[in-house]
Structure formats: C-alpha cells, structure tokens
Design a protein around this ligand. Structure first.
Ligand SMILES: [Zn+2]
Ligand SMILES: [Zn+2]
Length: 156
C-alpha cells in the first residue's frame, strides 16, 4: 500500500475530487482572514501528499495595526502594510519546505517568488493570474518550478 495514497483518501474522502481543488478551496477560505481590503489572499503549502501543511492569509505583522483597522499604506499604488500570504506561510511553517507544493488564491509577486524559490518549493498552483506576475513566471521557469493557473489571464 502506498502511504501517500491512503492518506489522501482518508483526508479528503472524495476520491474523484482533484487534489488541487481541495487545497485551493482551503486557500479561498483562508483568504477571508486576510486583513488587507485591497486583496485578501490565502496560501497553503503542502508536503507529503497532504500529511503536512501550513496556511496563512495576508496581513500586517503580528502586533501591528492592520489595513482593516487603520487603512492601507500605499506606495506606488501598492499596499506595503500587509505581509503577503505566501511570505507568511513560508516563515510560519513548522516543517522543512523543500519539495513542497504551494497553493495560493493569487499568483505570487516577484518578492514572494524569490522566497518560494529559496525555500525549495517544487510546484506552484494558483487560482487567479496576477497582472504583474511576468517576472515570477520567468523565475519559476528558470529554476524548474512547475506552475499552473486555474484562471489564466495574462500572457507570459
Ligand atoms: Zn492594505
Ligand atoms: Zn507577494
């Protein structure tokens, strides 16, 4: 018996539901806890066929005011107050991330993409494309990280 397969069936219960759908659903739920009203993002990083996972929404660092409380902090029309969901998921993981798959509601920005590469993530699967994701896509392709977008919108 393959342990990973057993784990998957036990955890998800629905054998014919694609695994990515399950994790992206979780990303969407986690995203509702994000604290930047401009875009609420959810990220789940999965390892060992779902045996281990870590999840985070975007928001201000612990102990600091959130965008929901005091408004966004805009620089060049980007909010810089919120820590991105991917970055927060990466740094809050209790397990080593090498070989893990990263799921997210939205395609990672370039800053997060660099962290994802450095953490040893091998696959990125997201729901929504990101207007400024070109450099992230090029970076992932350069190091062999497979990336998929459920709703592709922008050309590479
Ligand atoms: Zn904000
Ligand atoms: Zn980011």
């Amino acid at each position: 018996m393959i342990w990973g397969k057993y784990w998957k069936e036990r955890r998800f219960g629905i054998a014919d539901m694609p695994e990515a759908t399950v994790w992206l659903d979780m990303c969407k739920r986690v995203a509702t806890r994000g604290t930047c009203p401009r875009l609420r993002v959810g990220c789940v990083i999965v390892k060992n066929d779902g045996n281990k996972f870590t999840a985070s929404g975007n928001g201000s660092p612990h102990g600091t005011d959130s965008c929901d409380e005091v408004g966004c902090d805009l620089e060049n029309s980007h909010c810089v107050r919120a820590l991105h969901a991917e970055a927060r998921a990466l740094i809050s993981s209790r397990f080593p991330l090498g070989g893990a798959v990263l799921y997210c509601t939205d395609f990672p920005c370039y800053a997060c993409a660099k962290l994802i590469v450095e953490a040893g993530i091998v696959q990125v699967c997201v729901e929504n494309d990101y207007k400024y994701g070109k450099k992230s896509k090029e970076l992932f392709s350069q190091v062999g990280i497979a990336w998929t977008i459920q709703n592709p919108k922008y050309d590479l």
